[in-house]
Design a protein around this ligand. Structure first.
Ligand code: NCD
Ligand code: ZN
Ligand code: ZN
Length: 421
């Protein structure tokens, strides 16, 4: 008896490299990272062995858990199971619920549902409200604002940026200009790259006008990466990109996965895909996000499939495949852990003393992705058939084991993490 609550011994990602370490955990926090020989006594000792690695829990700034209102697509239990199985210990949930999460009452309703069901920690965004001042009284309860394509061109968009500047919160923008959409059977032609550039320019103008922190989410084109990188020299602009825009291209829209792969912004041509890939490889973007956007399989196979697909279970392992096959540096993992955590002002995403004990045990094991085996309610993926080299063996949220070898904890331990700012 005595000592710390837990010590994990084995190869761990510490300060940018993999080292033999003992990670000591007490009261949900990491209290020591030492060589194994210097490990403190502990109630429980976990030895990883040769085929396992310890990583910090991943932090995903852009997911759709769908509850309240769209629980047939996903809910806080199944969505957080997908997160835990993917090694993601903190998610930030988008406001396009039914009804949209754009008042304090609705923000609080979502938080209380997440508290009662989520296995992982969470933050939430507030959606577009033409009178955003309503949201000021609960500003400590949401991380930032989210604007969809139509919101950005609504009369109240500037007001949202002004309030965000006052509250020092980010405005996340899905940049696509609906006036640039055109009818085409090919999804990537119906919503062309110019639509993203046009909307990104409008968002940058609003950021310049108001001084607000603009975060462009799921950036998918070379042009926007270039212009945003130039604009951020003078303005407070951050960017994220998804694994699907980095790894898949529009050729999927000509094959059997066309409906499954339908997503906004669309998968792009090879040049844009490569630019997104390079932005991850070089750490030009600030974060990787999944945009986990589950819909029912029947909806996806209908005449008019909704855009989006699940991503939380695969993102970390897709990144690790790139690393293990030598195409990306290990530091790409920072884009899905320490860097988004720092953007959100959280002591998460790093294996270091004082940080939350959000830990992921990754096992070296080859497996083939099958949509039907996902724990999300959305049992399909555009990555169908892809061979991965790693799997999540266990996931801890603040020292609590929420996932272990296919089994999920019963208890919802997820907590609201941040009002941000
Ligand atoms: C998202 C969804 O389904 O909510 N769909 C998508 O294609 N990305 C909405 C969004 O993030 O734009
Ligand atoms: Zn979007
Ligand atoms: Zn989204």
């Amino acid at each position: 008896m005595g000592g710390v609550d837990l010590v994990v011994v084995g190869r761990a990602l510490v300060g940018g490299s993999l080292v033999e370490a003992a990670v000591a955990v007490e009261n949900g926090r990491i209290v020591g990272v030492t060589s194994p020989a210097l490990a403190p006594p502990a109630e429980e000792v976990v030895e990883l062995g040769a085929k396992r690695l310890l990583l910090p829990g991943m932090v995903d700034l852009h997911v759709h858990m769908r509850e309240p209102g769209l629980e047939h697509k996903e809910d806080w239990r199944t969505g957080s199971m997908a997160a835990a199985r993917g090694g993601v210990t903190c998610v930030f949930d988008m406001p396009n619920n039914r009804p949209p999460t754009n008042t304090c009452e609705r923000v609080r309703e979502k938080i209380s549902r997440a508290r009662s069901k989520s296995l992982v920690d969470f933050g939430v965004y507030a959606g577009y409200n033409p009178q955003p001042a309503e949201l000021e009284r609960c500003s400590s309860e949401f991380f930032g604002f989210k604007l969809y394509p139509d919101d950005l061109y609504s009369s109240g968009a500037e007001e949202v940026f002004r309030l965000a500047a006052k509250l020092r919160k980010p405005v996340l923008v899905h940049a696509e200009d609906p006036s640039r959409f055109r009818p085409s059977p090919l999804h990537s032609e119906a919503r062309p790259p110019e639509a993203e550039l046009s909307a990104a320019r409008r968002a940058v103008e609003l950021a310049a006008l108001t001084g607000a922190w603009l975060h462009l989410t799921h950036v998918s084109t070379a042009a926007v990466l270039r212009e945003a990188s130039a604009a951020r020299v003078a303005l407070d602009i951050t960017l994220d990109a998804t694994p699907h825009h980095a790894l898949l291209n529009e050729s999927l829209y000509r094959g059997p996965l066309a409906s499954i792969a339908r997503v906004n912004p669309p998968l792009r041509g090879e040049e844009d895909r490569e630019a997104v890939y390079e932005s991850l490889r070089k750490g030009v973007v600030d974060a990787v996000v999944t945009d986990h956007a589950p819909h029912q399989l029947e909806e996806k196979l209908s005449q008019d499939p909704p855009p989006g697909f699940p991503g939380l279970e695969l993102a970390l392992h897709l990144l690790l495949r790139e690393v293990l096959e030598g195409r990306m540096p290990l530091s790409v993992l920072e884009l899905y852990s320490s860097r988004p955590a720092a953007l959100a002002g959280l002591r998460k995403g790093r294996i270091a003393p004082g940080f939350d004990a959000d830990l992921v045990v990754v096992e070296m094991r080859e497996w083939v992705v099958k949509g039907s085996e996902l724990v999300s309610k959305a049992k399909y993926t555009p990555f169908e058939g892809v061979k991965l080299r790693t799997a999540t063996a266990a996931t801890y949220v603040r020292g609590l084991l929420v996932y272990h070898e296919g089994v999920f904890a019963e208890k919802a331990v997820g907590m609201l993490v941040s009002g941000g700012g």
